[in-house]
Design a protein around this ligand. Sequence first.
Ligand SMILES: NC(=O)c1ccc[n+]([C@@H]2O[C@H](COP(=O)([O-])OP(=O)(O)OC[C@H]3O[C@@H](n4cnc5c(N)ncnc54)[C@H](OP(=O)(O)O)[C@@H]3O)[C@@H](O)[C@H]2O)c1
Length: 331
Amino acid sequence: MLTTPTAAPTSSFTKTTVLNNGCVIPLVGLGTWKSEPGKVQQAVKEAIRLGYRHVDCAFCYHNEKEVGLALQECFAQGLCRREELFVTSKLWCDKHHPNDVRDALRNTLSDLQLDYLDMYLMHWPVAIKINWPESADDMIALDDLPIADTWKVMEECVDQGLTKGIGVSNFSIKKLEHLLASCRIPPAINQVERHPYLAQPDMMEHCARKNIHVTGYSPLGSLDRPAGLKGPDEVNLLTDPTVTSVANKHGISTAQVLLKWAVQTNASTIPKSIHPTRLAENLMVGRDDFPDLDQRDLEMLQSLDAHRRYVTGAFWALPGGPYTVENLWDE
Ligand SMILES: NC(=O)c1ccc[n+]([C@@H]2O[C@H](COP(=O)([O-])OP(=O)(O)OC[C@H]3O[C@@H](n4cnc5c(N)ncnc54)[C@H](OP(=O)(O)O)[C@@H]3O)[C@@H](O)[C@H]2O)c1
C-alpha cells in the first residue's frame, strides 16, 4: 500500500462527510502547521495534484501567503476549481475582540487569495492581548472577553459570505455546551487532538449527539513540534508496537494505520507532510478501496488510549494568569 505519486486523481478521491451546515468535507486533509514558507507552497501544490481537496490553515502558522500562492497556481493550471476545495483557517487568540474578528478573517482571505473560506475556527478558547503572551499581563480572562461575543461576529461573517461555516478548536465538552446554549449558528466542527493515545471517546460521542463533526489534529503524533512544546517522556506513535503489528498484518505503514483508524472512527484527519511520497501515502487511506481495519485491530488500537496529549496547552498556563491546564480542558 505504500505508493509513489501518480497522475492527479479526480476530486472525488477521498471519502467525505456532510457537516451540519450542509457543506461536504473530505475526511483526509492536509495539515500545514510547521510547513515552512519556502516548502509549504510546493507541498500544497503537490498535495492538490495528488487529489487532496481539504487544506487546514491558520493565521498563526505564518505561512498563509505561501499557501495562497499554491492555491492560485493550482487554479491557474486547472488542477482543481475553488468550489472543489475545502479550506479551513483559524482566528488567532489575539483577535477575539468583536471589533477584530472580521478584519482577521479578511486578512486571512487576502493572504490565501480567496473570496471565502469553507470553515473558520476559533483556534483556542483563550484570549490574549498580543501575538504570543509572555506573562499573565498579556492574557485576557474569558469572563472579560466571552467566547459568545467573539462567536457572534463569526456568525455575522457567515451571513456576509466571508466563510461558509464556523467552528471551534480545542473546546472541551463543557465549553461546547456553553456555546451551544447561546449561539445562533452552532459550530460545525470541533478540531481537537486525536489519535489512539487520545481517542476522546466522550468527545466523539457528545459531538455525534450534537451533530458537530470532529476533525482530529496531530494524528501522527506531531513529531516535528518545536522542542519547547515537547515533554520529557515523549512517546513516538509511529513506532508503537501495537500500531506496528497492525501495520505489518495489513502490509501498510504505521502512518496509514493511524489515519485509517481516524477515518474509520468517524473523524476527519489532517496529517501534515511536505514530502510527496508521504502525501500520497497519507491520502490513500481516504480512498473507498483502502481496506478497513477489522474489529480485532480496532480493539487493539482502542487499548492504547491513555488520554495522552502531545499538544498539552501548558503554554497558556502562565503564572498568575487566568488559564490553567485544568480549566483549559475542563478536566
Ligand atoms: N487546532 C489546533 O490547535 C492544531 C494543533 C496542532 C495541529 N493542528 C493541525 O493539524 C495538522 C497535523 O498535526 P501536526 O502537524 O501537529 O502533526 P502530525 O500530522 O501528527 O505529524 C506531522 C509529522 O509527521 C511526519 N509525517 C507525515 N506523514 C508521515 C508518514 N506517512 N510517515 C512518517 N512520518 C510522517 C511529518 O514529517 P514531514 O512533513 O517531514 O513528512 C511531520 O514530522 C497541523 O499541521 C495543523 O494543520 C491544529
